[in-house]
Design a protein around this ligand. Structure first.
Ligand SMILES: [Zn+2]
Ligand SMILES: [Zn+2]
Length: 139
């Protein structure tokens, strides 16, 4: 029996279940992923021959296919959260890690397109870390 994974968007209108296993987990630093996440990289899990079921809110799911490329992004049209996309060309579901509510049991496979990475995202090891919002956010 295939493993089941559940996920949802930030506003909660969309919920999904993926039946299948994840074979790979890529942190993609390409320019397109920087634009579409607004962050340093996308974090996507790939699952071949899996079944994606929208448990609710399917009509609020929109998919943007970037012209002349494999880059696509599904998202909730209410809150903008990233949601899974079926990539027909590789027969895989592409699942944004942050959209999952269930535990992710595999470690990231690799960082990819690091040659395009944002200059500010390359040396983060020495950036101060806080458990929560620090008392003084602005200096
Ligand atoms: Zn939403
Ligand atoms: Zn990318």
């Amino acid at each position: 029996m295939a493993n089941k994974h559940q996920g949802s968007c930030l506003c909660g209108r969309v919920k999904y279940e993926l039946s299948g296993d994840f074979q790979s987990f890529f942190l993609c630093h390409c320019i397109r992923c920087q634009k579409d996440t607004g962050s340093a990289h996308a974090a996507n899990l790939f699952s071949k021959a899996s079944t994606l079921t929208w448990l609710k809110g399917e009509s609020d799911v929109k998919t943007y296919q970037h012209p002349n490329s494999m880059h696509a992004k599904s998202f909730c049209q209410i809150c903008g959260s990233a949601l899974p996309t079926i990539a027909e060309s590789i027969n895989s579901a592409v699942v944004p890690a942050g959209s999952l509510d269930s535990i992710i049991s595999i470690e990231p496979t690799a960082k990819i397109f690091v040659g395009s990475s944002a200059n500010w995202s390359r040396n983060l090891d020495n950036v101060p870390s806080y458990e929560e919002l620090p008392g003084q956010v602005k200096n």
